[in-house]
Design a binder for this molecule. Structure first.
Ligand code: DLL
Length: 433
């Protein structure tokens, strides 16, 4: 039987959800107009006052907020509450520029943890469960978010954070962990290490995994489920909007329910900014309608995605987002062809390779090149050059069929690609160095 953490909210009628959104949006717009000069200025530039926003139908009138705006406003420019009302910050890794710092009041943390608790219950979690949180703790939101959600559900929480993989496995076994929370690439690594230790899925107490923070394919889900003997659930979120739990998967494992009582989702054309009709693929944009300290209106996530309002067998009524296919900024353009790492992952995993690969993009004599380095499994590993080139050619053909692009494939020895304990780095783009 399907269980819910907040059934009245998670199964509310679409009309009820819309009524909450209308009311909360109107209040949030007034709030930022009164407390955040940045928003007031941007609205004034468009000739808007709060009276122009009467509900979700008017949302499209508001200006977008981008990551560049957040960086410009760093650190306090978008806060809607004084620092003394805030109890925490979290932050993005800042690999592509200045860090984004998000602020939380106690109420913000409470609602965020509720969202994570919804995800844990949707994955079958109850107070009988032992939940091991192997996302990083600290500035990254993964550890703190799932930790808070796990407490709310009443699970025994093991805050291992990421890393020290053999110790992770020891805790899973000794404390009978039933739910594992980490990035999908770390879950694959934990699975690989268990296999090397001679453990089979039936010797592992885990029953479910809550994996997110990076794009992962259905093929990768299948592999992780088989190696760990679990059901693997996707979870989505971003620091700017609180962290994990903006959306989560249910037993149907078919798209993630967006917590629409807190976030209004739109899909836009990333080039024109135009709102696209339901079912179209485009960039996901969120408006946070309940956040106090750091409310974002029409925040452009850069995640490419599709929304669906089709009825879900789990009974939840909130809109579902498909697995994000990638980010507009990790989409590579190679000789004019758009390439997402997730497409490459699909080809490799379907051909029986593990998800240990790296894409090296370069420019040689003014032409883009793509070299996909793929690790062989120990069973495949051979010094027979004929066999290696047959395998490489098979993958080159598979990639050409998927992408319409000639890529080079280099098979490398088992364990030669560095494993990830957090978000995996799949692309090295030397054109940018
Ligand atoms: O990754 C929050 C999180 C932690 C989500 C733990 C899920 C689990 P950031 O570090 O700010 O926050 O990165 C946000 O990661 O815009 C997406 O591009 C990507 N992302 C997050 N979840 C998923 C997912 C956390 N399930 C960025 N599938 C987002 C694909 C995801 N991409």
């Amino acid at each position: 039987m399907e269980r819910y953490y907040q059934p009245e909210i998670e199964r509310a009628s679409q009309e009820q959800i819309r009524a909450w959104q209308d009311e909360r949006l109107v209040n949030q717009v007034k709030n930022v107009w009164d407390h955040v000069p940045y928003y007031r200025k941007k609205m004034e530039e468009k000739g808007l006052t709060p009276a122009d926003i009467k509900g979700v139908d008017d949302l499209h009138k508001l200006p977008f907020v981008t990551k560049a705006d957040l960086r410009e406003a760093y650190p306090y420019g978008l806060m809607a509450r004084p620092v003394k009302d805030c109890v925490r910050i979290q932050s993005t890794s800042g690999t592509t520029g200045k860090r984004v710092v998000a602020f939380y009041t106690q109420h913000d943390i409470d609602l965020w943890e509720d969202c994570c608790a919804r995800a844990i219950v949707a994955a079958g979690g109850t107070d009988e469960d032992v939940c091991q949180v192997s996302y990083g703790y600290g500035l990254f939101t993964g550890g703190p978010g799932l930790n808070g959600g796990s407490h709310k559900v009443g699970c025994l929480t093991i805050p291992t954070s990421s890393g020290n993989t053999e110790r992770q496995i020891m805790f899973i076994q000794d404390l009978n962990a039933t739910i594992l929370c980490c990035t999908p690439s770390y879950a694959a690594y934990i699975g690989e290490t268990m296999k090397e230790m001679g453990l089979t899925p039936d010797q592992i107490p885990l029953k479910a995994g809550i994996f997110g923070a990076e794009a992962w394919s259905e093929e990768m889900r299948r592999d992780i489920q088989n190696t760990l003997g679990i059901k693997a659930y996707d979870i989505y979120g971003l620091t700017e909007l609180s962290g994990p739990g903006v959306a989560f998967e249910c037993s149907a494992q078919s798209g993630m329910h967006i917590n629409e009582d807190h976030f209004i989702a739109e899909i836009i054309d990333p080039d024109t900014g135009e709102v696209l009709p339901e079912g179209s693929q485009g960039e996901l944009v969120f408006t946070a309608i309940t956040k106090e300290a750091f409310p974002l209106l029409r925040y452009r996530t850069r995640d490419i995605c599709v929304l669906s309002r089709e009825k879900c067998p789990c009974g939840r009524t909130h809109v579902r987002m498909a697995k994000p296919r990638g980010r507009t900024d990790d989409m590579l353009i190679i000789r004019g062809v758009n390439v997402f790492p997730s497409q490459i992952e699909t080809v490799l995993l379907n051909a029986g390779y593990p998800a240990n690969y790296q894409m090296i993009v370069d420019r040689v004599r003014n032409t883009d090149t793509l070299d996909v380095q793929v690790e062989m499994t120990p069973e495949m590993f051979t010094d027979n050059m004929g066999e290696i080139s047959r395998r490489q050619k098979e993958l080159v053909d598979g990639l050409r069929a998927m992408l319409g692009l000639a890529a080079k494939v280099t098979l490398v020895a088992p364990k030669s690609i560095v494993r990830s304990e957090g978000k995996a780095v799949r692309v090295i783009d030397r054109r940018k160095i």
